[in-house]
Write a protein that binds this ligand. Structure first.
Ligand code: FMN
Length: 337
């Protein structure tokens, strides 16, 4: 028997009891860098995926690509998502990543943005089943590490071919498939269709990960119950709330809610994360990306909107720690009183 690889280890074999499905941080461009993936891991994410990286940029050795695929030991198995529509370039990019120690390659077939779909990549591949199959086969043949794919339900309401694409994925050697329960035309609007995700799950033998609009432990349980998916992927709900993974894990295994971090913990966490962003990306980019996280972390807190306004007017990092402390101090005092 072959030694289990990264994908085997994530999913329990068919028929075996499992306490809960693995919880996965969704790939998000401009968000799921190493600092945020590490944070999600710390709070219970079982798997993370790099943000989408263009296969063409990767094979041209654009320096930014290497940073997007960076990982540390806590972020294993390192999974890099590649995007593109040229089977040979996708294979080459996958080979390069495997050579660099990446453990799983994920193919992007869901990105809805114009810049990507106009090149035939991302969700545009859903409209061209022949090319989609060639891309998947070409990547799967190029590397010995597992290859997975992330799709949407189809291009638009009139062409919901998610089941056909999922079957092609299985036949092309994909080891697991993530289904975001929306069409490309929906972008991020409307409600994710979990019944359609369930339908795809029921037709495949490979593990199926359900994705779209899971924002609470109860919703995670509902998606799991209604579809029997093998994994649950969470994106936007983890922004400013990376502890959602441990909250869901606790709820799925005990049926009880876990208390969220205290205000002190949140204050310390966001300050530390902002500084990790500066270290990782350098002061300029680190500041720009780091303040997005500050905004997410302070959503819903009294005075959060004013803090976000001040942050947006702050061009350099020096003022950020004093701003954060001035924001949290009165809140902490009010809690203590
Ligand atoms: C800011 C942002 C960036 C995203 N970037 C990617 C990406 O690079 N690759 C990808 O497959 N999906 C990407 N997505 C889609 C998410 O992975 C996920 O499928 C979607 O947000 C639905 O899940 P959610 O409702 O839990 O957020 C992105 C989503 C957002 C909000």
């Amino acid at each position: 028997m072959q030694t289990p690889d990264a994908i085997d280890r994530l999913f329990v074999p068919r028929g075996e009891e499992r306490p809960r499905p693995p919880l996965i941080l969704a790939p998000m461009a401009g968000v799921t860098d190493l600092p945020f993936r590490s944070l999600a891991r710390r709070f219970g994410a079982d798997w993370t995926v790099s943000e989408m990286i263009s296969s063409q940029a990767m094979i041209r050795h654009v320096p930014k690509c290497a940073k997007l695929a960076l990982a540390d030991e806590g972020d294993a198995p390192l999974t890099v998502q590649i995007a593109g529509a040229d089977p040979a370039a996708m294979a080459e990019a996958a080979r390069m990543q495997a050579g660099l120690g990446v453990r799983v390659i994920d193919i992007n077939m869901g990105c809805p943005v114009k810049k990507i779909v106009s090149t035939g990549a991302g969700a545009a591949l859903l409209r061209n089943e022949t090319l989609a199959a060639r891309v998947m086969e070409s990547v799967a043949r190029a590397v010995s590490i597992p290859v997975t794919v992330k799709i949407r339900l189809g291009w638009d309401a009139a062409t919901r071919n998610g089941i056909a694409i999922a079957r092609l994925a299985e036949a092309s050697g994909m080891r697991c498939i993530t289904v975001h329960g929306r069409t490309r035309a929906q972008m991020y609007e409307g409600q994710a269709d979990w019944e359609a995700v369930a339908e795809i799950k029921s037709r495949l033998r490979i593990p199926v990960i359900g994705n779209g609009d899971v924002r609470s432990p109860e919703q995670a349980l509902e998606l799991w119950r209604c579809s029997g998916v093998d994994g649950i992927m969470i994106g936007r709900a983890a922004l400013g709330r990376p502890w959602i993974f441990r909250e869901i894990a606790h709820y799925l295994t005990t049926g009880r809610h876990l208390a969220p971090p205290t205000l002190e913990e949140r204050a310390a966490l966001i300050e530390a994360h902002y500084h990790v962003m500066l270290e990782h990306h350098g002061p300029r980019t680190g500041h720009l990306l780091g303040r997005k996280h500050v905004s997410w972390f302070t959503r819903g807190l009294p005075g959060g909107a004013a803090l976000r306004e001040s942050l947006n007017r702050t061009p350099t990092p020096e003022a950020v720690t004093p701003l954060l402390r001035a924001f949290f101090e009165p809140l902490l005092q009010a809690r203590a009183a």
